[in-house]
Design a protein around this ligand. Sequence first.
Ligand code: NAD
Length: 365
Amino acid sequence: MAKDPVCWMEVDEKEAGSKYVYKGETFYFCTPRCKKTFSISPEKYLTKMEGDALVERKVVVVGTGGVGATFAFNLMISGLANSIVLIDLAREVAEGHVMDLQHGLSFLPPSQIYVGDFSDCRDADIVVITAGAHMKPGESRIDLVRKNAAIFRELVPQIVQYNPRILLIVSNPVDVLTNITQKLSEYPMNRIIGSGTVLDTSRFKYLLAQKCRVDPRNVHGYIIGEHGDSEMAVWSQVNIGGVPFDKFLDPDKQQIQSVKEKIFNQVKNAAYEIIHRKGGTNFAVSLAIMQIVTSILRDENRILTVSTLLNDFYGINDVCMSVPTILNRNGISKTIKIKLDESEKAKLVSSAKVLDDVFKSLDVA
Ligand SMILES: NC(=O)c1ccc[n+]([C@@H]2O[C@H](COP(=O)([O-])OP(=O)(O)OC[C@H]3O[C@@H](n4cnc5c(N)ncnc54)[C@H](O)[C@@H]3O)[C@@H](O)[C@H]2O)c1
């Protein structure tokens, strides 16, 4: 079926009474009137077609374990994507999730949900990669690096041969895998994004909000650096509705330091605590991925602490890690050089060194 470019109705090419060749391409019309309108000003209607094509939103999820499947569920509920494609090495698992998701579609805005293969990445707006090993109790994110780097060496070329617009890396260690993907894909840096510390920042805001008895949406603060043990809180910039955190709480100096340490440790150790209890994390991370995907698909220019390739950032070069970053439909639009005090600068540089050492040990070309 073709689409009449004027009235946007479907037309059977074989039965269409009117057709028109423009710049070597044949267009079919439902009536001679549409054909006449088109022939007066074809460019006008072709521009409209391109605009409409942008409304088609396709998201591919590679890896449908706890994180990938929960994200697919959130994405389906949001109605943000017209096509959601699930890919997993364990194809049957992906098939099961697809069936389960499809059975809820009668309650939701329409979308196509199906099991795919890598060729489905061809016209994808975003490919979200959550494939690979996850942390077991007692393991750190960095402990996963060899297993998951090997998986990424295989996966990334299979995906980028179809040139999807943006790759969003979620698998851990997310910063190192984002850098590996950058090098393997040779994509411009705006098109490779790691979910970074978006989740950690959300945990931070929640805990601060609890302490201050306000809505977490009125808490402003960032966790930056590695998504992992060397991450850091930018305490110098934390504010509650515009009031610096220290002033908002107003206890004596001794107490505030221990409050800060307690909150930061809870953020840093959150995944370990959850994994110890239920084996993995999936709900909050899926919402974090949703924030990133929404900002891209809706061209929101939202500032999120995603992992991106940093160069000339407080002396850090060629390391993927999280700093506040503007995200829109082109992916990374700009990293924000947030003001850090001297001790924060030193912590960020030392977090970058941890990641750089791990990355260099992998010998990625
Ligand atoms: N960045 C974050 O904030 C964050 C948060 C939570 C989890 N994670 C990470 O996300 C990843 C997934 O976690 P999970 O709990 O969903 O794990 P999981 O074990 O439940 O799922 C992983 C899935 O990947 C699939 N897979 C493995 N190799 C594959 C390949 N080559 N191609 C396609 N699929 C493949 C597996 O079959 C499995 O279904 C882990 O690395 C975890 O550490 C990141």
